[in-house]
Ligand binder design. Structure first.
Ligand code: C5P
Length: 317
């Protein structure tokens, strides 16, 4: 590809959706030191936004509305941009990326992972690179376990480290949710997995046959195909069992959610500290949330009302 012949669009806006875990089961430890997981991940309509515009100096520059977030080489967007640029072999490519952060940081909602996915999908389009979705997913898995899911999103089974995706045909769900997070409390994902291993490592499964049995069980659960149609899904998060007892902010968020009228089920998302409650629809989530806003503020918690979403990364002009 000849970089001088590229005609670049002047700007591109990309939306990156957050996710929740409807099911997060730790099966065992892998040879690469990561945990073998069986998960159901679900996109929600809480989105960050990145706007990509052209720079001609071959630099990648990130700016963000949230001054607490690093915009240096440790930011997953910068890592993603440098990775896709390296794979393209086109050294002259540059981009200015504006990130508008709406997804809370350190919440277990894959905000950083989804931003990285947005950078891959967005720059692929912006720089007219024509990498396939499979190639983007492969780059995504080098950036983080949740990044491949964030590209296509929706409702998916995620196995392996989280990067082995199996999309499922799920009836579109009208369920709404309330998300709660203490803005002063973030949980470290490596810490949560290390703690889980410390407590449960003795009971880990250790071979592929047993892993596959667990995957099969999850593929066959009936609630997955009827999400939101009848009963609420039986939410499960193994990491919650070790994070909740030592994180008062998670305990508080869960109690708050349980107290809301009409909630169907509550759980922590990912490694926390964000928690969510499911409701039959958006309106009932909003009503419960609005009538308890004051209580939420009193506890120093932040909250959002959202819908489940069938999309991952969205591009718009
Ligand atoms: O892949 P990601 O960068 O999101 O992982 C962050 C950390 O979470 C890893 O370094 C590891 O400590 C832990 N982790 C794990 N098993 C997974 C995913 C994450 O142990 N499947």
């Amino acid at each position: 590809m000849n970089s001088t012949s590229l005609s670049l669009d002047s700007s591109l806006t990309v939306f990156a959706s957050a996710k929740i875990n409807l099911h997060l089961e730790v099966l065992g430890l892998r040879k690469d030191g990561f945990h073998e997981l069986a998960m159901v991940m679900q996109s929600i309509d809480l989105e960050d936004q990145i706007e990509i515009s052209e720079v001609n100096n071959g630099q990648i520059k990130l700016v963000c509305n949230d001054k607490d977030l690093s915009v240096g080489d440790d930011n997953l967007i910068v890592k993603a941009a440098k990775l896709i640029k390296r794979r393209s072999g086109l050294e002259n490519l540059g981009a200015l990326i504006h990130l508008t952060k709406n997804i809370p940081i350190g919440a277990g909602l894959a905000g950083g992972s989804s931003d990285a996915a947005a950078a891959l999908v967005g720059l692929n389009k912006f720089w007219k690179l024509k990498f396939s979705e499979g190639q983007l997913e492969e780059m995504a898995s080098d950036l983080g376990s949740d990044v491949p899911f964030c590209i296509s999103g929706g409702t998916q089974l995620c196995f392996g480290r989280g990067e082995r995706l199996e999309p499922i045909n799920v009836s579109s769900s009208k369920m709404g949710l309330v998300l709660i997070k203490d803005p002063s409390v973030s949980v470290s994902t490596p810490w949560a997995y290390a703690r889980y291993r410390e407590i449960n490592g003795k009971n880990y499964l250790s071979n592929e046959v047993d892993f596959e049995k667990k995957r099969k069980q999850l593929r066959e659960v009936s609630w997955l195909r009827e999400l939101g149609k009848y009963d609420p899904p039986p939410l499960m998060n193994d990491l919650q069992t070790v994070v909740q007892p030592v994180t008062p902010a998670v305990e508080q968020a869960l109690s708050f959610l349980v107290s809301l009228n009409g909630n169907l089920a509550v759980a922590m998302s990912g490694s926390g500290s964000g928690c969510f409650g499911l409701f039959p629809d958006f309106d009932s989530a909003k009503e419960a949330f609005d009538s308890n806003r004051k209580g939420l503020q009193k506890c120093g918690l932040q909250g959002w009302c959202c819908r489940l979403s069938s999309k991952g990364i969205r591009l718009s002009k």
